[in-house]
Ligand binder design. Sequence first.
Ligand code: UT7
Length: 324
Amino acid sequence: MTRRAVALGVGHYLPERVVENAWFEDFLDTSDEWIRTRSGIERRHFAAEGETTSDLALRAAQAALDDAGLTADDIDCILVATSTPDLTFPSVGTMVQSRLGMTRGFAFDVQAVCAGFVYALCNANALIVAGQAERVLVIGAETFSRIMDWEDRSTCVLFGDGAGALILGAETGRGTKEDRGILATDLNSDGRYRDMLFVDGGVSTTGTAGKLRMQGNQLFRQAVEKLTSTAETSLEKAGILGSEVDWIVPHQANIRIIQGTARKMGVPMNRVILTVQDHGNTSAASIPLALSVGVAEERIKRGDIVLSEAIGGGLAWGSVVLRW
Ligand code: UT7
């Protein structure tokens, strides 16, 4: 008998304001054509003035609770993956906890930038397997529009705001790859790559939030290689072949990275959930957003093998294999 962290419900929330690529043409030397062909992005959502990461996280959490048929009383732990918290502290997790009316259990944030949701899932899995929690609400929520340099065409056209949430619950499996739930995880980071993607401000340096800086083409090359490698490691740990993967639900940074990784793994694009065209890069929110869309569209079904992989600032990267 093996304790498994099994998906109980999923949900998402996107801010109302949708911004098409053409919007940037008014104030930047860029084009819809460049953005589409280089990144696959067509539009993204931006949070309204005053709308915060915890607002988005709360809406996604409520959607996931509804989907699971649970209330906040059923949750032991909230884990929020974000690099754009409302405040330096307290955590977005504790803000969501209080707004859900949850007065027991515990909540905290995980900061691994675009790999944040994969890191949070691994932590949630560990908490459940160790018997520390029975049901964990895992949220990825970001307002990257707040850390954009609107004069830097190489970054500000790529990112968007949003939130997704997944509830994991403890179930007993047989310890085989036929079990539902998380079957394997793999986490990596290498701080030598910090200059490839970072924010140029912070509490103990400038005292400001700062703006995102990225060496996009260098990161691109690292991304395909490292994502393929972590995906292969997770699949090997799970004893699953690439041909057995029903859905890749990748971090949605760039369609060319997604295509390159899928090609290297021998998984056709009709088995990849793609949301980058509608959401842009929402950092830690992109995987739970894509999961939620894939389930809502009745593509991801109970029993399917799902592989998620992500890379971001740090660099930090990793992957998760689960049976839905
Ligand atoms: O989520 C975290 C992980 N993030 C990623 O994985 C992002 C990885 N990188 C990428 O997705 C791609 O590298 C980008 C989409 C950021 C850029 O695509 P690229 O094919 O690597 O383009 P590039 O950076 O090599 O730039 C090519 C040209 C440059 O002009 P020159 O030097 O060739 O004259 C840029 O200045 O495109 C120019 N450029 C633009 N042109 C029009 C850069 N941004 C823009 C723009 N509009 N918005």
